[in-house]
Design a protein around this ligand. Structure first.
Ligand code: ADP
Ligand code: MG
Length: 694
């Protein structure tokens, strides 16, 4: 029997070598493994007729071989074998690469079941290397959901599936940590059946129930940690209130634009917080482009004029660098007394040493960087304000780290994730919330269109024209690299690497096309982003890494491939990367399915520019049936849960949390089951409470 925190090498079939592949997926323990949830499921559907085959889909047919397999050798190490098959509705070809021996398995005049993806070859419907499936195997798998796991080079879905079966079978499940009355009340299966059901569901009903339990649990632990955090921060007092300063009003007057009413209101709230006798713990929630950065700069200026240091943290180096540069520009334009210091991972050792010296001596008074700023060996002179931009809230651990260094700063969190108020109250329960619900008036609304793949050629012509006029373009694809696993009947997912090659060939030679994705190293990412910002790149093909915060006002086109794969809130974030300058901007969403409900959903973006409205419409339109495969992303990256589509579960978890928290503070009133729960929390969850970096 195995336990959750045993290393995966305990499993038969995972040796030291194989383990390395799993480590790449961040899987070290059995627990990590069973939390490696499928990203989708494949359903083996019924056999169809050859006459019904559709391009790009995975189909099974029962058909007779009518010609002896023909193999031709194209070049050394490359052969193609072609076989013709027919049923009573038509005939088609099958092709195999480098599998000449397949002819031994196929007899002319006999019937077989073939299952695989359909491609177009010379405009003819063709089976691309289908599996030959026995009647028995087909009967076993038809209508079953088989998991599709995220993989990495060297690990196939089949290999992960096999190991997962083994893990689920040999695990010692012990007593479920959720009290039975909780499971009963909220209709949740117990742990073992939930884990089995998420990996190997018999049907959608079982899958939905399994998923509900696991999502519920994710939310529950999150909410409880927030409750504990809130109790902690409620007791923090501010023993050195700041004074209002004239420099801020001065800067506001000198800016080339007038602050919106929302910006002014939020700024006042922040000013008040910093002057009060309690520490600030505030969230500023404002749609993309609502102008949060300048409000942050005002807070920084006030802090510095009060002779303290401020830190400004961003989730990526690219964004940190960008903030650093815009602060520098403000300093120069308005002679502000700010002395910004940039500290990021990709500085040289010498640069880092100098930056840290400036930070500890106080010669730098605005420290800009990634979250690493607050960890490691960085010592501050007198840090009194921490602003996190487009980032996660501040975790218990980070507070502790700072407290240990003798610092209790005001905390300001900036977020563009559109969340309806009811959800925000749950997810940000420990923070005061300011809403910036107004865009600067001078913006031209972005023009949107939702189209299918037939429109691509036109889109490319449009891109070429915009580039010729000196504008820049983003193209978003859902995948990084080609992925040749069969993925059910889903449309092909475009990938950044091949798409870039394709665009280079399609667009005029003078257009510079480059790509960016999350698996590149930080230096390479920075480099590409800087090149794009400096307009040495015209078209940037990227995954959604581009989604947070980037500000390149000269970019006017956002083209999203496989738009159906993204949640509306996420698409809205992506769209927010354009329309930041004076030029008319465009957002082109290419959908690979023409299903009505998908098109209708995407049309919401056409009708609205309001992130709050968009996210709630998305929730309403998708309904509970469409729980798998789409993620909204944004700041709340739970493993399974999605705050939008699982909003109802989130509410339930919130109700349940209140009850469990009472058991935490008054254990004597509750049964042993509740103690088991809190013991599990203390040993497995609390120690990871940096979770708040979800
Ligand atoms: P976000 O809220 O998405 O972080 P930014 O702070 O990056 O938005 O602001 C987007 C752009 O709008 C910047 O170029 C900024 O200078 C400009 N901006 C900010 N406030 C105003 C305003 N009141 N009027 C006009 N432009 C503004
Ligand atoms: Mg921003």
């Amino acid at each position: 029997m195995m336990r959750l925190n045993d290393p995966i090498t305990e499993l038969k079939g995972i040796g030291e070598k194989t383990a390395i592949f799993y480590h790449k997926l961040n899987i070290f323990s059995i627990e990590d493994l069973i939390k490696h949830y499928p990203r989708d499921y494949e359903e083996w559907r019924d056999i169809v007729k050859i006459g019904e085959l559709k391009e790009n889909q995975v189909h099974a047919v029962r058909a007779m071989v009518i010609s002896a397999p023909q193999t031709i050798h194209i070049r050394k190490n490359m052969s193609i074998t072609t076989v013709r098959i027919k049923d009573d509705t038509g005939a088609c070809d099958i092709i195999y690469f480098n599998m000449p021996y397949i002819k031994n398995n196929l007899q002319v005049g006999k019937q077989y079941i073939f299952r695989g993806r359909i491609v177009l070859k010379n405009h003819m419907i063709t089976f691309d290397q289908p599996k030959i499936v026995s009647a028995q195997e087909f009967a076993q798998n038809v209508h079953r959901l088989t998991p599709i796991y995220p993989t990495t080079k060297g690990l196939t879905i089949a290999a992960i599936t096999k190991i997962m079966h083994l893990a689920v079978d040999c695990l010692d499940w012990g007593q479920d940590y959720l009290p039975a009355c909780v499971c009963q009340r909220y209709g949740l299966p117990e742990l073992k059946s939930a884990v089995t059901g998420i990996h190997f569901p018999k049907n959608y009903i079982e899958l939905t129930a399994a998923r509900k339990r696991l999502v519920f649990e994710e939310f529950l632990f999150f909410i409880l940690s927030i409750m504990i955090l809130k109790d902690m921060t409620a007791q923090e007092t501010n023993d050195a209130p700041m004074m209002r300063v004239a420099a801020c009003q001065d800067l506001i007057c000198k800016l080339p634009y007038k602050l919106t009413a929302a910006q002014r209101r939020v700024w006042e709230e922040i000013e008040q917080d910093m002057c009060s006798t309690r520490l600030m713990n505030r969230l500023v929630q404002g749609d993309v482009g609502s102008g949060k950065t300048i409000v942050a700069v005002l807070a920084i200026l006030m802090c510095v004029m009060n002779h303290h240091q401020a830190a400004f943290m961003a989730p990526t180096e690219v964004l940190a660098k960008q903030h650093y540069e815009s602060v520098l520009e403000l300093v120069q334009n308005y002679q502000l007394p700010l002395k910004p210091v940039l500290l990021t991972g990709s500085l040289t050792a010498k640069e880092k040493r100098r930056a840290k010296e400036n930070i500890v001596l106080g010669t730098g008074n605005v420290i800009i960087g990634t979250q690493a700023l607050l960890q490691d060996d960085v010592d501050f002179h007198d840090l009194r304000l921490v602003i996190t931009d487009e980032q996660h809230r501040f975790g218990v651990k980070q507070r502790e780290t700072l407290a240990l260094k003798g610092m209790q700063p005001h905390i300001l969190v900036m977020s563009a994730t559109p969340i309806p108020r009811t959800l925000a109250l749950i997810l940000y329960g420990d923070l005061d919330i300011s809403v910036m619900d107004e865009l600067p008036a001078n913006r031209l609304p972005i023009k949107n269109c939702v189209v299918n793949t037939n429109y691509r050629q036109k889109a490319y012509e449009f891109i070429a024209k915009e580039v010729e006029n000196g504008r820049q373009v983003y193209v978003i694809c859902p995948m990084v690299e080609p992925n040749d696993e069969i993925m059910g009947d889903m449309p092909i997912l475009e990938n950044v690497v091949e798409y870039t090659e394709k665009l280079k060939k399609t667009l005029p030679e003078t257009v510079c096309v480059e790509y960016l994705h999350g698996q590149m190293n930080p230096k390479a990412k920075n480099f590409i982003m800087e090149e794009f910002a400096a307009h040495r790149i015209d078209v940037l093909v990227s995954t959604t890494v581009i989604e947070v915060g980037i500000n390149v006002p000269n970019a006017t086109v956002m083209l999203v491939e496989n738009a159906e794969r993204f949640g509306l809130a996420q698409l809205h974030q992506l769209r927010g990367r354009v329309g930041r300058g004076k030029d008319q901007s465009y957002c082109i969403l290419i959908s690979s399915t023409t299903q009505n409900d998908t098109m209708e959903r995407l049309q919401v973006l056409n009708r609205s520019n309001d992130g709050f409205f968009i996210s709630s419409e998305d929730m309403r339109l998708r309904g509970p049936g469409d729980l798998f495969g789409i993620r909204q992303s944004g700041q709340f990256q739970f493993r399974l849960g999605d705050i939008y589509q699982d909003a109802k579960i989130l509410q339930e978890a919130q109700n349940c949390a209140a009850n469990l928290y009472d058991a935490y503070t008054h254990p004597e009133k509750y049964s042993r089951e509740y103690q088991v729960f809190w013991e599990h929390y203390e040993t497995n969850i609390a120690s990871n409470v940096d979770f708040i970096n979800i």
